[in-house]
Write a protein that binds this ligand. Structure first.
Ligand SMILES: [Zn+2]
Length: 474
């Protein structure tokens, strides 16, 4: 056999092989199911114990994703560890402080003091300072809390949706404190919680405006307060326990853009790496809440998009990849990120958060994803024009737009939405949210479907904007 001929066969074989590989690639997309499975099986394994917010397991998830970013050649964009050197990990300090004795709410004269703990009157607490003082502001529906006031918000049973919509916005008010009348859900949460401890959370690196004290009070307490005169001086305080300092983490990387005019502009792709951990009071044998769909699936989407983007031609704009900690316990990771942006805020073009894309949503077509707040900005429609299979959120009554990390950025005016296909399945926040329930074909197809629209966004000069009256920061 002559060498020419065998060379010819070799060339033919090589061409055939290349063509075959291309056909495979276009059938499967750049992201394959095996890699998707690999991340999911690690992140949602029992070894990760449910990645509880602020636990060592959350940090392990962050280090795993950091290790992937290192492997893909993505630059670290977390804390500066020594001059000029960065880690992927961002450490955030959280302080929790409760009361040693019963907290007291008092008003008017000395004998008018009302204790808020008798009968569980003060049932849940979120963020801020445990000692507050200010004039009472009785908030009519639609009003906003005023600076320095103690604003009372009563729960309107006839307008649950409206109440849920307003709830998130109350956390960023300039008021000294916002007292919110209990809802059946909040009461249930309190009754179920093991510690029933009222504790106040402050996050280092957040400004005062994002740490308003929000206190849930019983209907009885709300009634008593609403009988007081507007402006009555209210004091809340008590003997404090020792502060407890804990941590949570973000894992952050970036690819710098190449275009002189566009490289300063930033697109953020994000997901949350924490879930709700292990619960000894869970019904049944299984006590580990693996959080496969919520939100190992979102982390997998972001890390696989990172892999593809790092492998391709560098984009014109800069892209950040952020995996947030403590989304489930108050969105602390994303709040911190939003308050300490590693670039000027005016350069922040848009954020896409990925949440719960592990199964298709029967409320939309089988290959579709939905975007929370689709009708609030022109980003969703523009991505859809570039091939993204995203439609409007079919569950507006659930207020998903306000229920993920994107909202902490949206409240700062950044065009920020969440991509999801959560079909309200019953494994949500249950020990049964496991890898075994994931539809890998759907998940892989979904992530692949976002490659070209995201690549377009990273290379275009299109700046999305909120529609008139739809900016959550206004
Ligand atoms: Zn989630």
């Amino acid at each position: 056999m002559c060498i020419r001929r065998s060379f010819g066969i070799f060339v033919l074989l090589a061409l055939f092989a290349a063509q075959f590989a291309n056909a495979q690639k276009s059938a499967e997309g750049a992201i394959n199911e095996r890699d998707v499975r690999a991340h999911m099986e690690f992140l949602a394994s029992d070894a990760m114990m449910g990645r509880a917010s602020g636990s060592g397991y959350e940090l392990i998830a962050g280090e795993y994703l950091a290790s992937m970013m290192r492997q893909f050649g993505i630059e670290p964009a977390g804390d500066e560890t020594s001059p000029g050197k960065r880690s992927y990990i961002q450490t955030i300090e959280i302080t929790r402080q409760g009361f040693a004795g019963p907290p007291v709410l008092s008003y008017g004269t000395d004998d008018g003091a009302v204790s808020l703990t008798h009968g569980g009157e003060m049932i849940v607490f979120r963020m801020g300072s445990p000692s507050v003082k200010g004039g009472l502001q009785k908030l009519a529906s639609g009003g906003s809390p005023e600076a320095g006031k103690i604003s009372l918000v009563r729960y309107d049973q006839s307008d649950q949706e409206g109440f849920a919509r307003r709830f998130g916005a109350l956390f960023d008010s300039p008021a000294a404190a916002v007292l919110i009348e209990e809802t059946p859900q909040l009461r249930e949460g309190w009754d179920r919680s093991a510690s029933r401890r009222i504790s106040f959370t402050t996050v280092k690196g957040l400004n005062r405006a994002t740490q308003t004290s929000v206190i849930i009070v019983s209907t009885a307490a709300a009634e008593a307060l609403s009988k007081l005169e507007e402006g009555t001086e209210i004091t809340i305080g008590g003997e404090l326990s020792e502060p407890e300092v804990t941590r949570t983490w973000n894992s952050v990387g970036k690819i710098e853009g190449t275009d002189p005019a566009l490289s300063k502009q930033v697109i953020l792709l994000s997901a949350h790496m924490d879930h709700i951990g292990e619960r000894s009071n869970a019904p049944g044998e299984d006590k580990i809440f693996n959080g496969a769909d919520d939100d190992a699936s979102g982390c997998t989407a972001v890390i696989e998009l990172a892999r593809v983007l790092a492998k391709g031609e560098r984009p014109k704009r800069t892209v950040y990849f952020a995996f947030f900690g403590s989304e489930e316990s108050g969105g602390f990771g994303s709040r911190y990120f939003a308050a300490n942006l590693p670039f000027p805020k005016e350069n922040f073009v848009a954020n896409l958060q990925f949440e719960m894309i592990g199964r298709p949503d029967p409320a939309v077509a089988a290959d579709e994803l939905w975007l929370t707040g689709y009708d609030r900005s022109n980003l969703g429609a523009e991505l859809a024009k570039r091939g993204a299979k995203i439609v409007n959120d079919p569950h507006p009554q659930q207020n998903f737009f306000q229920r993920s990390d994107n909202y902490n950025l949206a409240r700062q005016g950044i065009v920020a939405h969440t991509v999801s296909s959560y079909g309200l399945h019953t494994d949500y926040h249950q020990a049964s949210d496991e890898v075994g329930t994931i539809d890998f074909a759907h998940m892989t197809r979904s992530i692949n479907s976002m490659i070209s629209p995201v690549t377009w966004l990273l290379n275009s000069d299109f700046r999305p904007s909120w529609y008139e009256g739809k900016d959550p920061s206004q």
